[in-house]
Write a protein that binds this ligand. Structure first.
Ligand code: UD1
Ligand code: UDP
Length: 386
């Protein structure tokens, strides 16, 4: 087997968590053959959106932090490309590994492909079929700049075929002769690995929050369509607040700073009501182990997050999705996640259906066997076998 140097590119919270699955698999199975370096673009910089994950999940720490921070799409992405290009030119890795669909993914794809470094895209092929979403453009461009594409689900794999990728391609793989794989989801690897640890390490977390198992609703909101459209944000939160009061059930909301900023800036009186409501507990973003406990013991999950939707499935919880469409369409087809958009009526109807105790849902294994990271790393190594 060859020895290779790979560079991970991360920047936003979910990418750091995803990269931990790859770091762990390298440490456990490939440390003699793979040297790992990490570039953190600095897209997320608050401790609770970044450092907390490096500390808690024992991930390979960033070798480079570009410190790009928040900005408009163009400015943020261009600063990332410039910084990534410099590092790639000096490090000369064998390949560049990208995760998901953020601006950091896009910047990594463009910088690497133009310098002719093979791009490996983990979480390839997901599509919302809504190009208004910044993430949809990021995914499409990143996939088409990649040499190895690892699709987590059947639908993602089919999306790639629909866009002209051919499963029958044979080596040597290049950006013009790319290889697509169906792998399962590295986030499922993570959940299997961390779920028990979370119970041990965060046993008192629910007490600290004043909630009990199966007796609260977990909610996250961070998508630009919900945070930057004040009408949508107000409709969602006022509907959830009234449901909390009607059912006397607590809502735990670890909110992204983007959401709290928008609430405080544009919806001040309502924001005060919300913070004063005895059934609504708004807290800063939590660590992954804390989030795992919250997901595992919630009665229902309400979210616009991609990752949290899937984790609702891993923990067998019904999920309301605060969007019009989703990339994780198997959850909706399964009936355990419902797209409620920011529609008061839909939220109420589906909440009242999912809050019942006699739900008897099936949660099939859509996301692989928990060994996606190992599979991916094996295939990366195979690419370099001469
Ligand atoms: C980004 C990704 C999104 C992903 C999400 C994960 C893009 C286009 N979006 O969205 O796909 O689902 O991360 O959480 O890449 N902010 C802070 N502290 C931080 C970082 C951001 O307060 O550490 C605030 C800033 O006001 C900033 C805003 O959040 O302007 C948005 O940050 P940004 O990284 O642009 O996008 P996210 O909404 O985090
Ligand atoms: N997450 C977390 N703490 C939080 C909210 C989310 O650790 O306060 C984790 C969550 O468990 C999932 C990931 O972050 O693994 C999802 O990230 P996010 O919702 O920010 O982005 P998306 O998945 O929508 O891109």
């Amino acid at each position: 087997m060859p020895e290779i140097k790979l560079i991970n590119i991360v920047g936003a919270r979910p990418q750091i968590i995803k990269a931990s699955a790859i770091s762990r698999a390298i440490r456990l199975h490939f440390s003699d053959r793979i040297t790992e370096l990490t570039i953190h673009t600095g897209q997320h910089y608050d401790k609770e959106l970044s450092d907390v994950f490096f500390d808690e999940l024992e991930i390979h720490k960033p070798d480079y932090n570009l410190g790009v921070g928040s900005s408009s799409h163009g400015r943020q992405t261009s600063m990332m490309i410039t910084g990534i290009e410099e590092v790639l030119l000096s490090e000369k890795p064998d390949c560049v590994v990208l995760y998901g669909d953020t601006n950091s993914t896009l910047a990594g794809a463009l910088a690497a492909v133009k310098l002719h470094f093979p791009v490996i895209h983990i979480e390839a092929g997901l599509r919302s079929f809504n190009k208004i979403m910044p993430e949809e453009l990021n995914r499409i461009v990143s996939d088409h700049a990649s040499t190895l594409l690892f699709a987590p689900t059947n639908d993602a794999f089919k999306n790639l075929m629909r866009e002209g990728f051919r499963p029958e391609n044979s080596p040597p793989y290049t950006v013009d002769n790319p290889k697509i794989y169906l792998t399962g989801d590295i986030m499922y690897d993570n959940t299997l690995f961390f779920a028990e640890l979370a119970e041990k390490k965060k046993a008192s977390f629910l007490d600290d929050l004043g909630v009990t198992r199966d007796n609260y609703i977990l909610t996250t909101i961070h998508r630009d369509i919900n945070t930057d459209n004040i009408k949508r944000l107000e409709t969602i939160l006022s509907t959830l607040k009234s449901l909390a009061e009607e059912h006397s059930i607590r809502f735990v909301m670890p909110l992204h700073p983007r959401t709290t900023n928008s609430l405080k800036m544009h919806l001040e009186p309502f924001c005060n009501d919300l913070y004063n409501c005895e059934f609504v507990k708004i807290i800063p973003p939590v660590s992954f182990l804390e989030m795992t406990i919250l997901e595992k013991t919630a009665k229902m999950i309400i979210t616009d997050s991609g990752g949290v939707q899937k984790e609702s499935h891993f923990f067998r919880k019904p999920c309301l999705v605060l969007r019009k469409e989703t990339e994780w369409i198997e959850l909706v087809n399964n009936g355990t996640a419902v797209l409620v958009d920011a529609d008061q009526e839909k939220i109420r109807i589906e909440f009242n259906r999912f809050i019942k105790d006699d739900l008897n849902f099936d949660y099939p294994g859509f996301y692989g066997n928990g060994k996606a990271a190992e599979f991916i790393l094996n295939e990366i190594l195979m690419m370099f076998e001469s």
